[in-house]
Every structure is written in C-alpha cells, then in structure tokens.
Write a protein that binds this ligand. Structure first.
Ligand code: EPU
Length: 418
C-alpha cells in the first residue's frame, strides 16, 4: 500500500510531456494477440494497467520484448489459457481479451472485469454483440465461457455508443465471415487508434471514429505496428493543474483536436492559455466565471475529466454545476474534496459547486482513478500537507506522476505505508 504526500501552494513551471493514452494501450495489448506473427506498439505509457495486461500476455505464452520505447508481442507460441480472476479483476480492459481470444481460438474463459467502481458497469452490449456474431455464452462460478464454431459478420446496433463494446466488436469481427456493421459506434479517438493497429495487420476496418464502422472479415492478420496516441485525459488533468497553479506551464505531446471540448469550457471559465500545434502553455487564472457543464460521449466533455475539473470550478466566482450523464455513480471525490474545503452538493448525478473557496490539506482517500486525480489537483493548491491514500488508483493512469510534477516544481512524493 502506498500514499501520496503533497505540500501545495507552489507555482508549477516548466514542461510536462504527455504519455500514450491509457484507454488506447489497454485495448491495443489485447488486440496484439490477433496478429498471426508479431506486433510492435510504440509510445507505451508506464502505468500499472500495462503491467497487468503484460502479465496476461505472458500467461498466454506470448513472447514479450519491452524497452522504454516499445513493446513487441510475438504470438508464435500463444496458447489459449483461462485468465484467472485475480488478473481479470485488476482492470476493466481485461474484457478486451473476450473479443480477441474469441477471434483467435473461438473459445475464451475469463472472469468478470474489474476497474473503477461507478455503479453498475455492465457488459451486456459486449455479450449481446458476441452472440449476434455467432458465439454461445455460459457462466460457471463467475467465469464467462464464450465459444463459437464460426463467427459470422452481422449488423450490430449498440443501444449506447459504448467505447468498450465498440472495440470488442471490432476485435471479435475482424476475422468473421463477411461484413459486420456497427451502428451507433463510439467515436472516441482511442477507437481509431485500435482500428489503425488492426488495419496495419491487414484488417479491413472503415469508418472508425464515426458512428458507423464497417468491418470486412479477413483470413490472415500479419505483423502489426502502431504508436499509442497521447493521453487526452492525462493532458486535460495537467492543463487543469496549469489553470490552478501554472506559471507558463507547458503541456506537450498533445493532439489539440482531442481536447476541443475541454478548451471550450476553459474559454468560458476565462482560463488563460496559448495553444500551439502539439502543446499548450497554461497560466494560473483568477476571476473565473461559473459555468454549467454536462459530460457527453466524444466529442462532448469527457466523463473522465468531470471529477478533475470540479477543483477548477471550486475556484470560480459563483455557482457552477456538472451533470454526469455517462455513469450512475461517479461522485467518490466529493466527500474528500469537501473535507479539503470545497462546497459541493450532489443532487442525483449533478454536482453543484459553490466557489470561490480555498483548499486546505488533510488526509483523504482516492476512491477511483479520476477521483484520485481530483484530490492531487486540490492538494497542489492547499498550502498545508495533503496525504492521499489508495494511491494505487492514481498509478493506474498517471505515468511517473511524482517525477513529472516534481520536475515542474511540485512538492510531491509517493511512499510505502508501513
Ligand atoms: N454500458 C452498459 N453496458 C455495456 C457497456 C457499457 O450499460 O455493455 C454503460 C456503462 O455502464 C456506462 C456507459 O455505458 O454507463 C459507458 O460505458 P463505456 O462502455 O463507454 O465505457 P468503458 O468502455 O467501460 C471506457 C474507459 C473509461 C471511460 C469510458 C467513457 C477504458 C478501459 N475505460 O470505459 O475510462 O470513462 O470509456 O469514455 O477504456 C478512466 O479512464 O478513468 C475510465 C473510467
């Protein structure tokens, strides 16, 4: 068990380089087993989710070569081995092995995925889509057994543009017989990143990044090669840090188009920044306007930044609100942010945030990944020391956070709890 200790009140100045996107790499690694030969993925983020997925690949007898720059996954000796619960429940994205192992071996044995708890996070769209493609599913003591004699392309109409289901359908249909169409597909940039990787192996996927994706099944998939896109949520988190305590804080290796909805909100708030081709310079901004925002699927405001931006809204002059529309329960940060001085009330799925307030340091607990990010942002403002426990959540998504924030002037450490 580890804890993060931050003494805030310091200006952050210098450059933070954004790593590869967590929500891309966690799908690219399971997708990599689809190559009949080997695959190489560049710009790998150094986060704990990657460690867990690599363990699963090793369990499947993939040969892994990892450097600081890339990972090579050689599938020549891959075997179909049931993925045990203590690995599948470490993260949500273990469910991508359902789609990729189904294509590879027509038989998958895996337990329910884990991940942050925001209320019921069902996987019914995934399972329905596998069935539509010809799979039969049964459960045995919490274990899913998914098998298919043959996968046959079909039309899949998603009830909601789920990121995970869209990717899983691509993984399960890439070698299916004939054509698969996904209607109401998720449009998040990570979807295109996965499709680009599969197409580099010889898959025939068109329309990724739009609401309709067409997949023509192929017989073989050769060597794959892809670079992970920059993490728009990590970027967004540090941009918010810049608006709180930045002095010409530069966030580089970003794709500005992926951040449009955040930048629109920052404009409304009155945050000062200079945007360049692949970087942004952000300054501490005062006299912020209160605003009302709502989370939406891409290209709308991302749910993954709703918790972090509540720190910035707590500094605005008046009452702001955030309506969470993607998850039932993603308010784990509110209790602790209020203990740090925020004035936030929750009404159903809406945060009502009264500002401006000053944050003070105390002992708080990360209830999930982005709740943890929210707390470290508030801690950067508090002059006293803040201790965040359950810091393992934060390490799932923020690469080298101590190094990155220390290098721009923060007083931060992560230490083992004895
Ligand atoms: N949903 C269902 N049934 C399904 C699938 C989804 O009801 O079969 C519901 C979910 O319960 C949720 C909504 O649909 O209410 C959206 O879920 P989605 O499937 O889009 O989310 P996900 O694939 O499970 C990914 C990211 C999340 C991010 C969401 C939305 C990964 C591993 N996770 O989750 O990332 O919040 O998309 O953009 O890619 C994070 O990074 O902090 C994080 C939680």
């Amino acid at each position: 068990m580890k804890k993060m200790v931050i003494t805030g009140g310091k200006e952050l100045s210098g450059r933070i380089k954004i790593n590869g996107a967590k929500n891309s790499i966690v799908a690219l690694l399971p997708a990599a087993i689809l190559s009949d030969d080997e695959s190489t993925i560049y710009n790998i983020p150094d986060i704990t989710d990657v460690e867990v997925l690599t363990k699963i690949l090793i369990l499947l007898n993939c040969q892994i070569t990892k450097t600081s720059d890339y990972i090579k996954i050689d599938n020549k000796k891959i075997e179909n081995i049931a993925i045990p619960e203590d690995l599948s429940n470490r993260l949500r994205a273990s469910y991508y092995f359902m789609g990729s192992l189904l294509t590879k071996f027509k038989h998958v044995e895996i337990y329910y995925p884990g991940g942050c708890n925001f209320g019921a996070r069902q996987i019914d769209y995934h399972l329905k889509a596998f069935e539509a493609l010809g799979a039969k599913i049964r459960t045995e003591n919490n274990k899913f057994i998914i098998e298919a004699e043959e996968l046959i392309g079909t039309k899949i109409n998603l009830d909601f543009p789920s990121v995970g289901a869209t990717i899983n359908v691509m993984l399960a249909s890439v070698k299916a017989k004939g054509k698969t169409i996904i209607n109401n597909a998720a449009c998040e940039p990570e979807i295109l990143n996965i499709a680009t990787f599969l197409n580099s192996m010889g898959a025939k996927i068109k329309g990724a990044g739009t609401k309709t994706i067409e997949i023509i099944g192929v017989k073989k998939l050769s060597n794959g090669l892809v670079g992970v896109i920059p993490d728009r949520i990590e970027a967004g988190t540090y941009i918010i840090a810049g608006a709180l305590v930045g002095k010409n804080l530069e966030i580089c290796n970003i794709i500005p188009q992926h951040l449009t909805s955040l930048l629109t909100i920052l404009d409304k708030l009155g945050v000062k920044y200079i945007l360049d081709k692949d970087k942004i310079i952000v300054n501490k901004s005062v006299n912020l306007n209160p605003i009302n925002l709502k989370t939406e699927v891409y290209p709308g405001f991302p749910t993954d930044l709703a918790q972090p931006i509540s720190v910035l809204l707590s500094k605005a002059n008046g009452i702001s609100s955030i309506t969470e529309t993607i998850y039932n329960k993603r308010m784990g940060h509110v209790k602790y942010l209020n203990e740090m001085g925020a004035n936030i009330k929750v009404e159903d799925n809406k945060e009502i945030i009264k500002g401006p307030i000053d944050f003070h340091g105390t002992l708080v607990e990360a209830s999930d990944l982005r709740a943890g990010a929210t707390l470290f942002l508030a801690a950067l403002l508090a002059k006293e020391q803040t201790t965040i426990i359950n810091v393992e959540f934060i390490l799932r998504g923020y690469e080298k956070i101590v190094k990155k924030l220390s290098e721009v002037g923060a007083n931060i450490s992560v230490v083992e709890i004895k």
